[in-house]
Design a binder for this molecule. Structure first.
Ligand code: ADP
Ligand code: MG
Length: 728
C-alpha cells in the first residue's frame, strides 16, 4: 500500500475544525498591535510625535536626537505589549519578507541588564545581507547594504517582536528591495498628480495612490501537502490526473465556506485586525479549495506592506489549522489559477477620488482628465506593464483559459466609451461658448456619479475600469504588489507631467482658456490611445489576432516579457522620475532572469525525481502484479491463456510504453538542462530554460498521468487531485 498517501488521508479525514474565540469586537481589536497615531500621542513627546507626522506628510528627515525619543517611546509601548525583540522588517528581492530579531535586552556590567532600543537602532540597521539577491550591485559597489526605517508605514508587533517597516539599500544608495522604488514612484505620482489636480482645485497639496488588493489562494491539508514532493518544494503540483469532477458544476464559487476553512479564516482575520490590516471580504473562489480575501483599500505603500505581511501571517495561521496555503498562480492543472487583482486609484488630501466621477461638470472634467491620462499611460507603456507582472509562476496563468491574457488592454464600459467618442469630436483650437455648454451639459455633465457599467464588468480584461478605480487583473497571486504598483504609478506620473506641459503650452502659447486647453489635449490622447481599449472577450482567439493587428505586445513568457524592463525607454522613464537609475534597473532585470531560471530548474529536478523514483517504480510494481496474473492464467489455461489475458497483456504493454516515454523525456530534459547551464548570459540562459527545458514538462507529465489512471489506486504513492481538492 502507498503508506504515506493513505496515512495522510486518514489524518485528514480525522481533523476537526479548530475553535476561534471571537468575543471581542473587531473594531476593538483593530490596530491593537500597531504603533498608530493615537499610541504615538500617548508614548511620544510632543516634539517626537510631530516629527513623525511631518516625516509622514512631507518626507522631512527625522533628527537624530528626536529619533532617540521616538525609539524610547516605541520600546516602552512594545514592552508593555509583551515584545522582547525588535527587527527591521523589509522586502528584499527574494519575494518574501525578511527579518532578523534582536533582543531589547542588553547587559550593562556588574551582572546587571536593561532593556534598550536607541534611535540609531530604530533608524538604521545592517543585516548581514550578502546573501540577498542584488544583481551585481553590491559586488561592483559596496559589499554591504543597510536597512532604514520607513516612517510612512507604522511599526507593529507580531508575536513578541516589534517590526519596523524598512527599506533596504546598498551603501552607495542603490535600492536592493521592492519598497524603495515604490516609495520613489509614489512620490513622483504625488507631485505630477497634484500639479494637474490644481487645475481643478487650488487647495490640493498632496495626491496619494490607493491600492486595494484581492488575494486568491488555495488551501490544502498539511498532511496531504506533505505527501507530495512537488507541493512541498515547488508550491504546485507538477503532475496528477484531473479528477472526474473539477469545477464544472461551479458549485464552489460563493458557496458555503467549509467549517475547517472558516476556522482558519476567522483566526486569520483576527490576527489581521490586531495588525491593522483592514480585511473585509472572504469567500470561496471558482476552483475547489480556492478562496479569496480582500481588505478595504489603503494608501499604496501601506497596502503593499499589508499584503506582504498578510501572506506571511496566512502561512503561519494555516499551520495552526493544519493547512498549507498555496499562493502559486497555477497549483493545479485544468482548474482555475489564482491572481491578485490590484485595484488602484488616486486620491487627494482634500478627500477626492480622482478616478471617481463627480456630481458637477467640473468634477467630471477632472475625473476624465485622470481617467484618460491613465489610459494613455497604459497605452504608451503596455509592454512595461506586462513586464511588471512577469514571473515563472504567472506564466502558467496568463493566457490560460481563465486568466487575463498576456496582452494588456483596458475595458471602460459602454457609457464611458460613448463619452470618449464625443470628446474625440471636440473642435481643434478654441471652443465656442455653445460647444462648451453643450459639452458640459450633455457629455461631461451626463456622467453619473455611479456608473452603470459598474455591474457589467468585463472579467476578461487585464486592466479594467470598474466605476471609480482601475483593476489590474493580470497581477499574479504570488507577486509583491510593489512591482506592478511601481510601474503603474511611474507611467501615470510621467503621463501627467506630459499632460501638464502640453496644457500649459496651449494656455501660454496659444492663449487658450484652461478648459479649452484641457479638452484639446484630451482629444488627442483619446485618439492616440484607442488601440489599448478593448471591450470584447479578452480570452478569445479573435482578440489575439486583433491585438496583433493593433501592434500590441503579446509576450507569453517571462524571459520575453522582461525585455521591456531594460529597454532604453524604460531606463529613461525611471531615471527621469528618480525611481531607479540604470544600474538599479539592469540589476533587477538580471535578478528576475536568474530567479526564473532557478524556478524552472527546481521544478525540472522535482519532476525528474518524481517521475523516476515514484512513478516508474510504482508502474513496474503494478506491471509485475499483472505479469504474475498472466503467468497464473497460463498455468491454468496453457495454450488458451491469451484469450483470458488479452486485457492484462495490453495494460502490460501500455505501461512499458509510458515508462519508456517518461524515461526518454527525463533524459532529454536533463540534457537540455545541462546545455542551458553552460550558458553565461542571464537572458540567453532564461530563454533556453523556457524554450528547451520547460517543454519537456508536459510530455513527462502526460505519461505519468496516464499511468495514474492505469495503476492500482492502492499502490499509487502520490495523493490524487480529487483528494487534494475535495478533502478538507
Ligand atoms: P470585486 O472586484 O471583487 O467585485 P469591489 O469592486 O467591491 O470587488 O472592490 C474590490 C477592491 O477594490 C476592494 O479591495 C476595495 O478595497 C478596492 N477599492 C475600492 N475603491 C478603491 C479605490 N478608490 N482605490 C483602490 N482600491 C479600491
Ligand atoms: Mg476584483
Amino acid at each position: 500500500m502507498a503508506t504515506l498517501r493513505f496515512q495522510a488521508l486518514k489524518e485528514t479525514l480525522n481533523r476537526k475544525p479548530i475553535e476561534v474565540d471571537e468575543k471581542i469586537r473587531r473594531s476593538e481589536l483593530f490596530g491593537k498591535n500597531v504603533f498608530t497615531e493615537s499610541v504615538m500621542r500617548q508614548f511620544l513627546t510632543k516634539e517626537a510625535y510631530q516629527s513623525v507626522m511631518e516625516a509622514n506628510a512631507t518626507g522631512k528627515k527625522i533628527d537624530r536626537t528626536i529619533a532617540d525619543h521616538i525609539s524610547t517611546g516605541m520600546k516602552e509601548w512594545a514592552i508593555s505589549k509583551g515584545a522582547t525583540h525588535y527587527t527591521h522588517w523589509f522586502q528584499p528581492l527574494t519575494g518574501s519578507t525578511a527579518e532578523k530579531h534582536d533582543a531589547f535586552f542588553e547587559t550593562i556590567g556588574d551582572g546587571l541588564a536593561i532593556e534598550k532600543f536607541g534611535g540609531g537602532q530604530l533608524v538604521q540597521q545592517e543585516p548581514d545581507a550578502s546573501s540577498f539577491p542584488h544583481g551585481g550591485i553590491r559586488n561592483t559597489f559596496e559589499a554591504r547594504g543597510y536597512t532604514a526605517w520607513d516612517p510612512t508605514s507604522p511599526a507593529f508587533i507580531y508575536g513578541t517582536t516589534l517590526c519596523i517597516p524598512s527599506v533596504f539599500v546598498s551603501y552607495t544608495g542603490e535600492a536592493l528591495d521592492f519598497k524603495t522604488p515604490l516609495l520613489r514612484a509614489l512620490q513622483a505620482v504625488d507631485h505630477a498628480a497634484t500639479d494637474v489636480a490644481k487645475y481643478f482645485d487650488k487647495n490640493v497639496s498632496k495626491v496619494q495612490a490607493t491600492l486595494g488588493w484581492e488575494q486568491e489562494y488555495f488551501l490544502v491539508d498539511s498532511a496531504l501537502a506533505a505527501s507530495r514532493p512537488d507541493i512541498t518544494l515547488a508550491g504546485r503540483t507538477l503532475l496528477g490526473h484531473s479528477p472526474a469532477k473539477g469545477q464544472q458544476l461551479d458549485d464552489h464559487y460563493f458557496g458555503s465556506i467549509p467549517s475547517r476553512v472558516l476556522g482558519f479564516m476567522r483566526d486569520l482575520e483576527k490576527e489581521c485586525m490586531l495588525l491593522g490590516v483592514p480585511v473585509k471580504t472572504r469567500h470561496n473562489e471558482v476552483a475547489p479549495n480556492q478562496f479569496e480575501l480582500a481588505p478595504i483599500f489603503e494608501e499604496a505603500n501601506l497596502a503593499v506592506d499589508h499584503n506582504s505581511l498578510l501572506m506571511d501571517v496566512m502561512t503561519r495561521v494555516a499551520e495552526r489549522h493544519n493547512f498549507v496555503v498555496l499562493f502559486h498562480e497555477k497549483p493545479f492543472a485544468g482548474i482555475n489559477g489564482s491572481g491578485k487583482h490590484n485595484n488602484w486609484s488616486l486620491s487627494t488630501d482634500t478627500g477626492v477620488n480622482l478616478l471617481g466621477p463627480g456630481s458637477t461638470p467640473m468634477k467630471n472634467l477632472q475625473f476624465l482628465t485622470f481617467f484618460i491620462n491613465t489610459i494613455k499611460a497604459v497605452h504608451d507603456n503596455e509592454e512595461l506593464l506586462r513586464a511588471s507582472i512577469a514571473s515563472a509562476s504567472n506564466d502558467f496563468r496568463l493566457g490560460a483559459n481563465e486568466a487575463p491574457p498576456a496582452i494588456i488592454s483596458t475595458f471602460i464600459g459602454s457609457q464611458l466609451t460613448e463619452v470618449l467618442d464625443e470628446l474625440e469630436k471636440v473642435t481643434d483650437g478654441k471652443l465656442s461658448p455653445q460647444e462648451k455648454t453643450e459639452l458640459k451639459l450633455n457629455v461631461v455633465g451626463k456622467i453619473p456619479e455611479i456608473l452603470l457599467d459598474n455591474t457589467d464588468r468585463n472579467r476578461t480584461s487585464s486592466f479594467a475600469f470598474t466605476g471609480n478605480k482601475f483593476e489590474f487583473r493580470a497581477v499574479g497571486s504570488t507577486a509583491n504588489c510593489a512591482q506592478p504598483m511601481t510601474v503603474l504609478n511611474s507611467i501615470v506620473a510621467k503621463q501627467l507631467k506630459e499632460f501638464k506641459k502640453e496644457v500649459d503650452e496651449l494656455i501660454k502659447g496659444k492663449k487658450m482658456k484652461k478648459d479649452d486647453a484641457i479638452f484639446n489635449v484630451l482629444r488627442e490622447y483619446i485618439k492616440d490611445s484607442k488601440n489599448i481599449r478593448f471591450e470584447g472577450d479578452g480570452y478569445s482567439e479573435a482578440w489575439e489576432k486583433e491585438a496583433a493587428k493593433r501592434g500590441l505586445s503579446n509576450n507569453k513568457n517571462t524571459p520575453q516579457a522582461l525585455k521591456a524592463k531594460v529597454s532604453e525607454k524604460t531606463i529613461a522613464l525611471f531615471e527621469e522620475l528618480g525611481v531607479m537609475n540604470r544600474i538599479e534597473t539592469e540589476a533587477r532585470h538580471e535578478i528576475e532572469l536568474e530567479e526564473y531560471v532557478m524556478k524552472v530548474q527546481i521544478e525540472s529536478r522535482i519532476l525528474g525525481d518524481i517521475a523516476k523514483n515514484h512513478v516508474i517504480p510504482t508502474a513496474i510494481r503494478y506491471q509485475n502484479i499483472l505479469i504474475e496474473n498472466v503467468r497464473g492464467l497460463k498455468d491454468i489455461y496453457e495454450n488458451d491463456f491469451k484469450k483470458h489475458s488479452k486485457e492484462q497483456l495490453e495494460i502490460i504493454e501500455d505501461i512499458s510504453r509510458h515508462i519508456a516515454k517518461i524515461n526518454s523525456g527525463v533524459t532529454n530534459m536533463v540534457e537540455a538542462r545541462k546545455k542551458a547551464n553552460k550558458i553565461e548570459d542571464a537572458e540567453e540562459k532564461a530563454i533556453a530554460y523556457c524554450d528547451n527545458v520547460k517543454p519537456h514538462f508536459d510530455e513527462i507529465r502526460y505519461h505519468c498521468d496516464k499511468l495514474e489512471l492505469l495503476v492500482d489506486d492502492e499502490i499509487w504513492p502520490l495523493t490524487k487531485y480529487r483528494e487534494l481538492l475535495f478533502i478538507r
